[in-house]
Design a protein around this ligand. Structure first.
Ligand SMILES: NC(=O)c1ccc[n+]([C@@H]2O[C@H](COP(=O)([O-])OP(=O)(O)OC[C@H]3O[C@@H](n4cnc5c(N)ncnc54)[C@H](OP(=O)(O)O)[C@@H]3O)[C@@H](O)[C@H]2O)c1
Length: 341
């Protein structure tokens, strides 16, 4: 039986461990994907470091977001052919409607994409937008779709406040600008300001400054959560404003619901998005030839360096691991061990 290389969690919070796993031919309804790139998200750090909110078994392959090429299809597969460029969905099995549950998370209950090959259900893949590289496509399943979902209902003339320059915020900035909205963004890292300005955002020091500049924002994409962060977001809202609750990076404290009521505000939780949302988002990405912002690309062998670089959060944009193609020294589009793309 053929084997594939993977990285798996050590179980004790230590570095990822490289291993070889047998690869079976895809079963009925399944697809074998030759992985070409994977990307990192905030959730991957606690998974790798052994402090995720749900149990992660030792030996689990982490990372939810990957793109590659269909290498073989099982019996009855109709959506894909060998050679198709595909990207995985974040929640396998969630095709449309409301989130059915939290039982199919990559890196938690299911092995993820930090592998040379993966076998996934044919319904848990979407096509890569034609103009994107594998490295760019691998950034879409979690961060981009979360931003897309958080911005639902945003249009020309709206003002949107983003917190921090993380992966979700950067996509939210790009999509909000695409929709014709004014974007304001806070960052704790002043050296990132120039890159945020280049994306069309106005950099502000505080939510209060955003309120003063705009008379109140229509939407806050909330990354902090926690009492103080969300209280500041509520105070920055215009009448009828909305908060899309995405992150809980500043966890702790209570929430002032009185102020929330006084703004006649809406709070909506985001859980990434379903496959139908993903396909709609990709249509917008294709129509506008939008390109994800990538900070650095690491080769597969240096997966642990990619995790360390992502943990430091010194750069602007997604951190990607490029997976070598069999027989290739370097995958197409790969431009160096620590290249900016
Ligand atoms: N609900 C969902 O569907 C969903 C989906 C994806 C992610 N999330 C959550 O969303 C959050 C961001 O995810 P990500 O992948 O974009 O993370 P990321 O790429 O790791 O972003 C980290 C950045 O967030 C900013 N930040 C850190 N602490 C903050 C705080 N207390 N308040 C505001 N901003 C803060 C910092 O930006 P600066 O350096 O510019 O200050 C930091 O560099 C995480 O909590 C993640 O778990 C939720």
């Amino acid at each position: 039986m053929a084997h594939t290389r993977v990285f798996q969690v050590s179980g004790g919070g230590g570095p990822l461990v490289e291993a070889r796993r047998p690869v079976a031919a895809p079963g009925p309804g399944d697809v074998l994907v030759r992985v070409r790139a994977v990307s990192l998200n905030a959730r991957d750090l606690p998974i790798v470091e052994g402090r995720y909110a749900r149990p992660v078994p030792r030996g689990r392959v982490p990372l939810s977001d990957g793109a590659g090429v269909v290498e073989a299809v099982g019996a009855g597969v109709t959506r894909w052919q060998v050679g198709d460029r595909v990207v995985g969905v974040f929640h396998p099995g969630w095709l449309y409607g409301a989130l059915p549950g939290w039982d199919t998370l990559y890196g938690v209950q299911l092995d993820g994409w930090l592998a040379e090959q993966v076998v996934v259900g044919e319904h848990d893949l979407v096509a890569v937008p034609e103009h994107l590289s594998f490295e760019e496509a691998a950034t879409l399943p979690c961060a981009a779709l979360t931003a897309w979902s958080a911005l639902a209902g945003t249009g020309p003339g709206d003002t949107v406040l983003l917190q921090g320059s993380g992966g979700v915020s950067l996509f939210a900035c790009q999509f909000a600008r695409l929709a014709g909205a004014r974007v304001l963004i806070t960052t704790s890292s002043p050296h990132k300001a120039d890159q945020l300005l280049a994306l069309g955002a106005e950099v502000v020091d505080t939510p209060a400054q955003a309120r003063d500049l705009t008379g109140g924002v229509d939407l806050v994409v909330e990354m902090g959560g926690g009492g103080r962060s969300i209280a500041q977001s509520i105070a920055a809202l215009a009448m009828g404003g909305r908060i899309a609750l995405v992150g809980n990076l500043a966890a702790g404290g209570g929430m002032d619901l009185t102020a929330f009521l006084a703004r006649a505000a809406t709070l909506r939780t985001t859980t990434v998005g379903n496959r139908a949302d993903f396909e709609r988002m990709n249509r917008a990405i294709s129509a506008h030839r939008l390109r994800p912002v990538i900070d650095r690309v690491f080769p597969f062998d240096q997966a642990n360096d990619a995790v360390a670089h992502f943990r430091a959060r010194t750069g602007v944009g997604k951190v990607v691991v490029s997976v070598p193609h069999r027989g290739e020294q370097r995958p197409a589009g790969f431009s160096g061990a620590a290249a900016r793309t």
